[in-house]
Design a binder for this molecule. Structure first.
Ligand code: NAI
Length: 468
């Protein structure tokens, strides 16, 4: 039987595309090489890391954050095995959930490595070496990404001493010292997990700032907060070597501006210097599919490659490597294949760093607006002036809103604070509808909530906040 659609890869891009296409009446199959569905995100990325981030935060909060609330307990003890079991159970319930969705939507799942044979044909090679060829009208490449390593540096990741994010969610004991190479999202999230559980964490970052690409004011203040928690930062430092040394590992780095190289030792070194699109062994070259100069599958505005009937979405194509971006592309592509008008608004894709406090952002940063020569106005409001934040002792951070100087249309929103990853969405919805800071500032917000700080920042953007 020929399918309407075969999706290779069952991560957030692939499985969402499959479900949406099936909901729209297409006959769909998914090819997945892992034993469980859900890709990197559900198996070894977003979901397990959030389970550990939550559990480690409860541990750290119990140890340091509740005495002032009048809750006195003896120092908590860590049961790392149990914490890991919670992580594993969280992963299982999510991957089982995808299997359930496939069943419910009558999607055929094939376990094995998928390869494009030609337009309309996908080979699936099972673990036992047997191969079958499936026929389909359309093929979607949703194979995601893989650890990139350090550009130009040979590093042997053993996932015990020198680890990637995969090892970073599965350590058997809390290391005394952890060096994180790369001060991006993975480094700061996983660095936070182990720092909260007792590791001394040093982040070595090439740029002069952590979370490069985020609003400069946000990353600067956030870095101070992490430093207060005990993080050590070596910024403007280019890592040129990572190798095993004794029972641990040694990291060599030199100032980007020039100067003497230094070395640091640690029990464990986490390599978090980015991810690269996963296209190896997919038969893309043989099928004539063009990749761009960064190894990503080249697509047009409708996710179509240069070869008819072959499409691609998610980390394997241009744009931010984010699960929700991949999901939205999956939905839009399913709609297009079903004859509808699918669309993704790349100007309104939120980004969240799930640390404590969280960092959340949508739209343009101040630096981007400056570079584009767009006249803008800024409104800010700190959580220290928010009643609910005070009641919860969660006053770290602020909300910042950027709006067009002429039209007042909101162009960007940035939040550092407890629950920022939830609060960012009201700014995203507002932006999706082309709203202004006045629209946001005049929208009634429940009292007392952290979200009132978003309203106050909007008031500050077009006139003045009330509570400052
Ligand atoms: P990243 O691109 O966010 O950060 C990598 C950092 O490594 C950069 O700041 C870069 O300047 C630095 N770096 C590169 N070479 C270096 C060197 N030789 N020496 C020192 N520093 C060096 O990559 P990351 O954190 O590995 O994440 C990969 C992808 O996964 C990203 O696209 C990210 O958005 C995504 N992700 C998203 C999450 C979220 O949305 N919460 C969570 C985890 C990952």
């Amino acid at each position: 039987m020929a399918y309407d659609l075969i999706v290779i890869g069952s991560g957030p891009g692939g499985y969402v595309c499959a479900v949406k296409a099936a909901q729209l009446g297409l006959k769909v199959a998914v090819v997945e090489k892992r034993a469980t569905y859900g890709g990197t995100c559900l198996n070894i990325g977003c979901i397990p890391s959030k389970a550990l981030l939550h559990a480690s935060e409860v541990f750290a909060h119990t140890a340091h954050g509740i005495e002032e609330l009048g809750v006195e307990v003896s120092a908590p003890t860590l049961n790392l095995d149990k914490m890991m079991a919670h992580k594993d159970a969280t992963v299982k319930s999510n991957t089982d959930g995808v299997a359930f969705l496939f069943k419910k939507n009558k999607i055929d799942g094939f376990q094995g490595t998928g390869r494009v044979v030609s337009t309309g044909k996908v080979a699936v090679k099972a673990d036992d070496g047997s191969e079958q060829v499936l026929e389909t009208k359309n093929i979607v490449i949703a194979t995601g990404s893989d650890v990139a390593g350090i550009p130009g540096v040979q590093v042997e990741i053993d996932e015990q001493v020198i680890i990637s994010s995969t090892g970073g969610i599965a350590l058997k004991k809390v290391p005394e010292t952890l060096i994180v190479v790369g001060g991006g999202v993975i480094g700061l999230e996983l660095g936070s997990v182990w720092q909260r559980l007792g590791a001394k964490v040093t982040v070595v970052e090439y740029l002069d700032t952590i979370l490069g690409g985020m609003d400069g004011e946000v990353s600067k203040q956030f870095q101070r907060m992490l430093a207060k928690q005990g993080f050590d930062f070596k910024l403007g430092a280019k890592v040129t070597g990572v190798e095993k040394s004794g029972a641990g590992a040694k990291v060599t780095f030199e100032p980007v501006k020039g100067g003497e190289a230094q070395t640091l030792d640690a029990e464990v070194v986490l390599i978090a210097t980015g991810r690269k699109p996963f296209t190896a062994g997919l038969g893309l070259e043989e099928a004539g599919v063009v990749l761009d100069n960064r190894g990503r599958v080249e697509i047009d505005g409708h996710f179509k490659t240069n070869v008819d009937g072959i499409y691609a979405i998610g980390d394997v194509v241009r744009g931010p490597m984010l699960a929700h971006k991949a999901e939205d592309e999956g939905v839009a592509l399913a709609e297009i294949l079903a004859g509808q008008a699918g669309h993704v608004n790349y100007d309104v894709i939120p980004g969240v760093v799930y640390t404590q406090p969280e960092v959340a952002s949508v739209g343009k940063t101040e630096e981007e607006l400056k570079a584009a020569g767009i006249a803008y106005k800024v409104g800010k409001f700190p959580f220290t002036a928010n009643g609910r934040a005070r009641a919860m002792l969660q006053t770290d951070g602020f909300v910042k809103i950027l709006a067009d100087k002429e039209t007042d249309r909101v162009l960007g929103g940035h939040i550092v604070g407890f629950g920022a990853g939830e609060m960012i969405h009201e700014i995203a919805v507002l932006m999706e509808f082309g709203g202004s800071s006045e629209d946001l500032g005049r929208t009634c917000h429940a009292h007392p909530t952290m979200s009132e700080a978003v309203k106050e920042a909007a008031l500050a953007t077009f006139f003045k906040p009330i509570h400052m």
